[in-house]
Design a protein around this ligand. Structure first.
Ligand code: NAP
Length: 280
């Protein structure tokens, strides 16, 4: 199987461009075994990036991740996120310590502010920098930040140490292509595309089916490959079913050509003006 493409973070560290999401995991004990098995299958297939958050299952998803990665932490890239209401001076180290305990590991590779929610951004940057200095996190970043938020962040002391912005990006939600994506690209900042499959409800448009047929692939695989066509984008589909994990892993090998992209552009037109960042 082809290796998963990677990108270099602003500091030079390598990050895989395909990962596994975990939203809705860790919410129901009856599903836990299958969720751990799905993540472990992904790891076995070489998907080394896992995206989680303290919010998912109120810590339950981090525990599922902790179980899945037990004994095999080395070489993985673990992303987690802090609630804005925990992102104060005292709250940041405490929340990170709780996440590390649930993940049963000593370091989070990328720690994100989940969304803007009344926190003091300067305190967040300072708190994240302290976590980095102490080695609790390797990199920090943000999520659901629109272009103006990114500019505000970049103007703060150490604000340019932000390593990534995780935002909604899929064929049906292309607004970021107008301004946020170019902003991130010029700052050398990767974009993590969340909900690349529209939470599994993406309209199976005739165009998507047509491109899928050309590649002997499924529409979901094309939707993932489409987010990954941009070298600065990391795609993090969530899958609890083993057949979905296998499909998503294989999507990393699909290269869409100009004719495929034209077909998809016609069905899902790119933005022609600024749209406010959509958030799920
Ligand atoms: P998603 O990845 O777009 O879709 C997940 C759904 O698609 C699940 O129902 C899954 O089913 C299904 N699926 C997965 N692979 C498939 C395939 N090959 N064919 C058909 N269906 C497939 O939605 P998401 O969970 O919202 O987004 C992905 C991740 O992004 C999240 O899990 C989370 O880690 C992150 N996220 C971050 C934010 C943020 O604010 N930062 C917001 C939303 C999401 P099964 O599970 O049954 O396999």
């Amino acid at each position: 199987m082809q290796p998963i493409p990677t990108l270099a973070l602003p500091g030079g560290a390598i990050m895989p461009r395909l990962g596994m999401g975990t939203w809705r995991m860790g919410e129901d004990a009856r599903r836990r075994k299958a969720e751990v098995a799905a993540l472990q299958l992904g790891l076995d297939l070489g998907i080394t990036l896992i995206d989680t958050a303290e919010m998912y299952g109120e810590g339950g998803a981090e525990e599922v991740v902790g179980e899945a990665i037990a004994g095999r932490r080395e070489g993985l890239f673990i992303v987690s996120k802090i609630y804005p209401h925990n992102a104060g001076r005292a709250g940041i180290p405490a929340a990170c310590a709780r996440s590390l305990k649930r993940l049963k590991c000593g370091q989070i590779d990328l720690y994100l502010l989940h969304w803007r929610g009344g926190e003091n951004l300067g305190d967040v940057v300072e708190g994240f920098e302290r976590l980095r200095e102490a080695g609790h996190v390797r990199h920090w970043g943000v999520s659901n930040f629109d272009t103006a938020d990114m500019a505000e962040l970049a103007a703060l002391p150490d604000g340019r140490n932000c390593a990534a912005n995780q935002v909604l990006y899929n064929l049906e939600s292309r607004g970021i292509e107008f301004d946020l994506m170019p902003w991130c690209e010029s700052a050398g900042l990767p974009v993590m595309a969340y909900t690349p499959l529209g939470q599994g409800r993406m309209r199976v448009h005739a165009a998507l089916a047509e491109v899928a047929k050309r590649h002997s692939a499924t529409p979901a695989q094309i939707a993932i490959a489409w987010t990954m066509r941009v070298p600065g984008v990391i795609s993090i589909p969530k899958a609890a079913r083993p057949e979905h994990v296998r499909e998503n892993r294989a999507a990393a090998a699909i290269a869409l050509g100009p004719a495929d992209l034209a077909t998809l552009d016609q069905a899902f037109p790119p933005p022609s003006r600024k749209r406010r960042l959509e958030i799920i």
